[in-house]
Design a protein around this ligand. Sequence first.
Ligand code: IVH
Length: 676
Amino acid sequence: MDIKKITRNAESILEQIKYHNNLYYNLDKSEISDAKYDELISNLKDLKNKYPDILKNIDLLDKIGGEALAQFTKFTHPSRMLSLDNAMNSNDLESFEKKVQNFLGNKDLKLDYSVEPKIDGLSLNLIYEKGELKEGVTRGNGEVGEVVTNNINTIKEIPKKLNTKNPPKLIEIRGEVFITRDDFDILNKDSDIKFANPRNAAAGSLRQLDKDITSSRPLKFIAHGFGIAEENKNKTYYDTMIEFKRWGIPISPKLQVAKSIKELILIHEDIFQNRNDIPYDIDGLVYKVNFLDLQNRLSFVGKAPRWAIAHKFAAETAVTEIEKIDIQVGRTGALTPVARLKTINVGGVMVSNATLHNFDEIEKKDIREGDKVLIERAGDVIPYIIEVVSDKSKQRKSKFRVPTKCPECESSVVKEKDEVVLRCSGELNCSAQKSERLKHFVSRTALDIDGIGEKQIDLLYKIKLIENFSDIIKIKAKKESIVKLDGWGELSFNNMVNSIDRKKEIFLSKLIYALGIRHIGEKNAKLIAGNFESIDNFKESILASNKDLLKVKLINLDGLGPKAIDSFLEYLSIKSNYNEILELLRVCDVSLEIIKIKKTKISNKTILFTGSLQSMSRAEAKATAERMGAKVVSAISKSTDMLIYGDKPGSKLTKANELKVRVFTENEWIEFTREL
Ligand code: IVH
């Protein structure tokens, strides 16, 4: 018995399993079938059983079991991780500044900004308690991320202990994990796995179940902000970052402060021109209002802070050839022409498709198959064609013919009044529309089911294993048919079921959005869902017999337009759609979103602002009151609880006194809210 040989054999199988685990779990691709994968596992098991003594010190099976099955633990960030709005030019920056000044109620307010490059990496939340690194968590959806603490511990640049005698009780330090361009080249040369770009390499290395792999990858970290920061005595963002640096946290060497938009633009030009001197990919600069008291007042709207903006770099361009023009059918029937291109590297990203937006665009730019075209790519947006650069006087292929029939279901193509988009009229009969809706249902912005993607939907829909949304949720029942399919096996099937089960618990707004109804995006879905007192109340309201009542309810909703209302009601009027919603409510765990608002003395109170306020804008006053749970109204009535008046209050104050509504001057209000 050759002990060395047996150990080497076992180690080699283990290496292969790790390699395929990495492909499967982290890179979303596989090179072997499930059957082959299962074979590797069982070979290793057999070896362990046969030579328990020789292999007893290498705890192979436990480790594989853990790696293969353990997904990352989820973690709710102590405070939400925000994203950024973008500015492309000086106009955008000026309007950003105006909005800030208006919100703060001072149109002439001079603002200082911090400036840092926008690193193209992965954002990470580091949670330090009493100076000790407790958790490293990916951004996830901003509220809940994945715990990657073990992996973070392998990044040398991230201190496990903050270098300070007086650490705060709790601080969330946020920043970007990335890989330099040089390290990326070396990694791609040395490793069997080829990453498309440094960002993917960083993501694949961090979201990694095997921390040994992470530790072998040259990950770097630069902080670019903080969430909860207890006991922060600094007055500015800049000073806080400098303090972080003293604590041993890497910050951007380019961090600086600018005093005007003009200065910001000069810095932007300079860094853009010299961006090759920065060893990692950046796609713009981030500007933040420097004073923290202003940041607090500005707070955030939607997912982005009002106090920060990303000023993106101009797009990259390249010339390539159109091999073919395809027509894609979207979930609402919209037909979009797509140019299939000879693959080309545009600013570090391999590009093989470009959107043509609509058929008017093809006509206007006279774009034909076989043409040489100039394409542009800006950030993550799908590249588009700027112009044809082929010599138009030379022989070219014939003009592109606008379709009169849907390329998928052959239904006639329609164009609605005031719209440029052509649509397939097939609706429920068009298989492309149906499968696109199913893809939307599982996509990142909808149910966000990562175990099932476009490829799987295409296949399962084609062979009729899934037809409706609820079939996806009930996929477990199709096990026998699916595991028999080529490229599937127990492992991938179970993973898919697990990831579906994890995402079954959803808010009603998500469910409405996931249905993919035309004109019902995330915002409208939230507006609609916020209108019902309970899920039963929603069920009742969508009954055909209650349609008129529902219509009145929707019309009264502030912000929901007539197109969205018609579209939603039309969707419900189709019996199969209505039944599908009921089925989804049955098989998913749907609840109403309770917006977490601090409970205060003004929670649920109806308040009204009148006259011109001196220390803040109306918008700020409203946002602050709403954050404390109040409902801000614009007309006075008996049910108004409080009225706050500034200069020249006019008739509302008189009326409030008549109605015996509690009134506050602006200063009294500020004092009052301070105590809340
Ligand atoms: S500030 C509240 N600063 O860009 C502000 N973000 O598009 C949010 N990023 O999720 C972050 N470099 O991961 C900020 N210097 C920088 C950044 C930066 C890269 C990333 C970050 C964020 C994303 C938003």
